[in-house]
Design a protein around this ligand. Structure first.
Ligand SMILES: Nc1ncnc2c1ncn2[C@@H]1O[C@H](COP(=O)(O)OP(=O)(O)OP(=O)(O)O)[C@@H](O)[C@H]1O
Ligand SMILES: [Mg+2]
Length: 261
């Protein structure tokens, strides 16, 4: 375990996105946030998806009138810091989503989140922000991509999921050539993968040909314990530390440390 965070680090922002639903975005967001916290980083996980599943995955129960990550899109006076809850896990905080937020409501500004993250309350208290995004192409996704330094794209190696990756890439090109030139794709991460399944191998090869072998990250194998851990409100490293999913997340330590040195 890296236990040497002696100097303040520059805040790094990692968005997790794919236009296709059900590709493991939330599972990945919660678990890489937990891995980064275990690696000594002070982590803020921001849930932008109104399904609000990050709260479930971290076992956080919220009252109806809690301030949420979506509050800053409705009320520019509110600071993101007001939405942050400490979780049961050391160095891991969550700005939860508002399940009642209606997509399209609020202020039409793609830079709300980037501006919120620049506030001293955030940039001085956290080393890394992980953003879970909704599968929709809307102002919330654009806010995440405009605020981020890094993008990780989880995909299930199925043909439709590949289509979702390609759709996201088109959005990405626009952002990188316009409003956020510092955004980089950290990698494409196969989720629920099994190399015994031929279509998984075929789609992984297609992604690799399209985006470059160096961008393909070690995958997270299919493991029902990961779904169970989510329902139990615990990241996999705490719920089933000897499981193959926990092993796969541990394989990402070098990669994650490079993103947030
Ligand atoms: N490696 C895995 N092995 C087994 N089940 C998994 C794995 N990864 C994710 N799942 C399960 O797949 C389902 C979809 O995952 P998840 O909710 O993380 O996807 P998502 O992309 O966030 O979905 P949405 O687009 O609806 O937000 C969940 O039931 C989750 O528990
Ligand atoms: Mg999700």
């Amino acid at each position: 375990m890296d236990t040497s965070p002696t100097e303040p680090r520059e805040l790094k922002v990692i968005a997790i996105a794919n236009r296709k639903g059900g590709t493991g975005k939330t599972t990945l967001s919660v678990n890489i946030a937990a891995e980064l916290a275990a690696l000594g980083r002070r982590v803020l996980l921001i849930d932008l998806d109104t399904q609000a599943h990050c709260s479930v995955g971290l076992g956080l129960k919220l009252s109806k009138d809690s301030i949420t990550s979506h509050s800053i899109f409705k009320n520019p006076e509110l600071s993101l810091a007001a939405a942050i809850h400490q979780t049961a896990y050391e160095r891991l905080a969550l700005a939860p989503a508002d399940p009642l937020y209606e997509h399209g409501e609020g202020i039409r500004d793609n830079t709300i989140l980037r501006n919120a993250l620049a506030e001293a309350d955030i940039s001085q208290h956290y080393d890394v922000v992980v953003i879970d995004t909704p599968p929709s192409h809307d102002i919330l996704l654009l806010n995440a991509l405009i605020a981020a330094h890094w993008l990780i794209v989880p995909y299930v190696p199925h043909p439709l999921s590949f289509e979702g990756v390609c759709q996201l890439t088109r959005v990405l090109f626009k952002i990188i050539s316009g409003s956020n030139k510092k955004l980089k794709v950290a990698g494409y991460l196969p989720m629920m993968v099994s190399d015994h399944i031929r279509v998984h191998r075929t789609i992984k090869d297609k992604v690799s040909q399209q985006f470059g072998t160096s961008k393909i990250l070690p995958g997270i194998r299919s493991d029902i314990l990961l779904a169970e851990s989510f329902a139990a409100g615990k990241p996999i490293r705490y719920y089933a530390p000897k499981s193959r999913a926990a092993e796969d997340f541990a394989q990402l330590h070098g990669f994650l440390s490079n993103l947030c040195p």
